[in-house]
Design a protein around this ligand. Sequence first.
Ligand code: 9MR
Ligand code: 9MR
Ligand code: ZN
Length: 558
Amino acid sequence: MSNVFFDGKNTIPDDRPQIFVDQAGYLPGSRKTAVLTFPSDMFSIVDENGEKHFEGAVSHYGMDACSGDDVYTADFSAFNRSGSYRIKAGGMTSALFRIGKGVYNKLFRDTTKAFYYLRCGCALDEKYAGEYAHEACHTSEATIFGTEEKLDVSGGWHDAGDYGRYVTAGACACAQLLYAYKLFPKAFDELDLNIPESGSGIPDILSEIKYELEWLLKMQRADGSVYHKATTMRHAPFIMPEDDKEPLYVFPVSSMATADVCAVCALAAGIYRPFDKAFSDRLAKAAKLSYKWLEENPDFLGFWNPRGCDTGLYAETNDVDNRYWAAAEMFTLTGDKRYSADFVKMYNEGFERDDYVRVALGYSVIGGLGSLAYILCEREGRENSIASALKEQFSNEAYWLRDKSKNSGYGASMEDWDYYWGSNMVLMQHAMKFILAAMFTGNNEFYGYIEEQLHVLLGRNPLGISYVTGTGEYRCRSPHYRPSEADGIEESIPGLVIGGPNRNLDDPYAASLIPRNTPPMKCFVDHKDCYSLNEVTIYWNSPTVFVLAFLSGYGSNE
Ligand code: 9MR
Ligand code: 9MR
Ligand code: ZN
């Protein structure tokens, strides 16, 4: 099938149906709406044979600020029968969608399996990768930048559409996946990813995360500090990873990388202990070593690319949030009160100017993971008043996001300025925040907003596009992901979460295609050269996996 999104000029065709649905589907007991951009009195739901199953009235929502659309809502919450359907109204027919308990199962597996396809340093065997199999890549030793020294840093996941491997990004993605497992372990019990480690007795998700953790450990120096990234000097052209033979470098240490590795190793040490004591011990030892370095090096050590290097920066302006997270995880792991004291001090003094840091879930601002760790920590000496205050902050955040969602014709908990590079990460992190707030407060109201965000990701948006490869009739097909161009296979690997609309149009091709005054939610085209819209990353997939892990349990309770 030809690329339905493209007419050769890389624009989304105007004749797509203006009835927007979640193209993965809806859970039976949940609120279910489609969005229309034209008036109609009634809508109907038909099955694949055209047989009508439901009829309802369309209501007028009004102007939606982030899309510039005058929108209408078709609410079919009352219709719960499992099956595959389309919505019809005003002579238009929507994309196919399903209703059922398992509607997100494939998506959950795809978005989790995606990490396997991003593995670096090993061959992807046909048995596990099918047609996407390829040879081992980036296996040569790296030069420690500025020295003659060589280091084996093979392994880990490619970050994104490029082949770089970046520590803070990797730690963030691992941590979000680890928390998904820690909070919703049952969701992963039956999740067979068909990876080389499947059947080993360890949940597949933990085997996959271990692949990245092993790499993070290689990036740690003997003194506990951690190199910021391992990349070539410049981004490769659109070739397969095994054809990228440019010399690899390990770039200087940063305090963010060190603190994030400390935190994620401490978190992981607790989670792997029942499955793999030796690995858990290694992680705990590494975490302690990095913490010691942080104590001895209290000043911020940021990162900037040395001359001649143009790969990802992941620069940050301070590291208090990273250290705050590390202290919380170290306290949870060891119960040692000195870590708790550090945490409390940073809680009190660290974020004077910006409270928001305490609920931010990464990759860049990551204090929220520290707060989460402290809230969940059962160690003696944890200050309950602080844990309660943090829960309340998550709850306040969720109320604020709820109001944003209500103020959106598409149900997105987003405002204009949320649509920056990687806006789908923002969307999925908002869904994570609804989950956390619901768990911490027991306020059931938040549950509904979790799915609302997922619906936006999966097609109930002003472009009617599913932002996950492999899901939906109208889906992204041309990600800025080097193998999907270079492998000659028409369809990209499934389960990659696309960055999404970005009103700043940060790459030249997007800026040339999209007029400057375009409403934020429409600042998107499905073209491989638009890397500020259309790339993929591990930390856009990880919050999505978290959300889907939650919903798989939620759905099965129905
Ligand atoms: O492919 C790169 C992508 O992963 C990055 O997000 C992006 C911004 O750093 O850069 C992309 O690489 C481009 C490079 O920066 C400039 N030449 C064109 C490359 C894309 O083909
Ligand atoms: O995801 C990052 C985004 O928040 C930044 O605005 C952007 C520009 O600095 O960089 C993004 O990260 C890219 C990284 O630098 C290299 N690998 C691909 C990442 C996603 O585009
Ligand atoms: Zn590689």
